[in-house]
Design a protein around this ligand. Structure first.
Ligand code: ADE
Ligand code: ZN
Length: 332
């Protein structure tokens, strides 16, 4: 296969996306339009100035801007439009199944009700499901820089919307906020039949990945790129085929690796880890799923077989039924 056909293969194959923060799909153009409509101040004069500010030194520097941006989201209509715009990107990239994160505390702590947030997101995804067959799961993330006590309150609110929320995750500032801080919270989530995932080993040490597996009972690790520093961990992840939702362009923008050429994704694949490629916060990191696949393929010289493995892994690692997984995988 030459390069052009790999490109075509990436673009045309059905894909699942498993690591996507809906607030991270807020494009600068939409941010400015919503700021105007809702009369909210944002810290940028214009779209170009916003784009220039998207020059991050680490996760923390990104989160500061990401939480600022989210302040333009006030009404159900805003959450609906944000999610609808992402659903159209899915259509464009041939993403047939998506499992998205949302961060309710980013909004409830500004006085927005939980119902407004979840209803806006859910209605847009339902419309996409009806109009072009996009299937989806919604995963609610706890903000790990907040206390476990505060997170318990948001879990109680999520219980009312159990019909819409499939699982819970853990995101925000990783360093200094280890998974063990949330052991009791995740226990309660599991007791209430939420599946669990967690960001771990994005910037944080392999120990955080061990904790997420052992204490939070996670079915997937989000990022997990630091696992290669611990041979025993690699062995465990590989034996159990625990999915790792890797986000290459995010890792470069947040300086986890200097250049895409230096990314360890190919090494992870070679160690038979269950790796997938995802876009994380595409409006801030320079590309949606296809762009992540295309740039990573070029930088790491990934083979046709590698790409096929990554796309198959995206379905294998999803929370779809075994039957639906097979159906999609057969189309690749
Ligand atoms: N919230 C949004 N994107 C995130 C990331 N990459 N890591 C942790 N928290 C996040
Ligand atoms: Zn993330």
């Amino acid at each position: 296969m030459n390069n052009i056909s790999i490109l075509e293969f990436i673009k045309k194959s059905p894909k699942a996306e498993l690591h996507l923060h809906i607030e991270g799909t807020l494009e600068p153009e939409q941010m400015f339009a919503l700021a105007k409509r809702n009369n909210v101040q944002i810290p940028f004069k214009n779209i170009n100035e916003a784009k220039k500010a998207y020059n991050f030194s680490n996760l923390e520097s990104f989160l500061k801007i990401y939480y600022e941006g989210a302040k333009v989201l006030l009404k159900e209509k805003d959450f609906f439009e944000l999610t609808w715009a992402y659903a159209l990107k899915c259509k464009e990239d041939n993403i047939v199944h998506t499992e998205i994160f949302f961060d309710p505390q980013t909004h409830t702590n500004r006085g927005i009700s939980f119902d407004i947030v979840i209803n806006g997101i859910y209605k847009a995804l339902k419309k996409a499901e009806n109009e072009f067959g996009l299937s989806f799961k919604i995963i609610m993330c706890f903000l790990r820089h907040l206390s476990e006590e505060e997170c318990f309150k948001i879990l109680d609110q999520a219980l009312v919307h159990k019909d819409k929320i499939f699982g819970v995750g853990l995101d925000s500032s990783e360093m200094g906020n280890p998974p063990k801080k949330f052991e009791k919270l995740f226990k309660k989530a599991v007791e209430n039949n939420f599946i669990t995932v967690a960001h771990a080993g994005e910037e944080g040490p392999p120990e955080y990945i061990w904790e997420a597996l052992k204490l939070l009972n996670v079915k997937r690790i989000d990022h997990g790129v630091q696992c290669l520093k611990d041979e025993k961990l690699v062995e465990k992840l590989s034996t159990n085929q625990t999915p790792l939702t890797v986000c290459p362009l995010s890792n470069i923008k947040l300086k986890v690796f200097d250049k895409l050429y230096d990314h360890n994704l190919k090494k992870m694949l070679d160690k038979k880890l269950m790796v997938t490629i995802n876009s994380d916060d595409p409006a801030y990191f320079g590309g949606y799923l296809n762009q992540n696949l295309i740039e990573t393929q070029a930088a790491l010289n990934l083979s046709f077989k590698d790409i096929k493995t990554l796309l198959i892994n995206s379905f294998k690692s999803s929370f779809l039924s075994e039957e639906r997984k097979k159906e999609y995988i057969n189309k690749i």
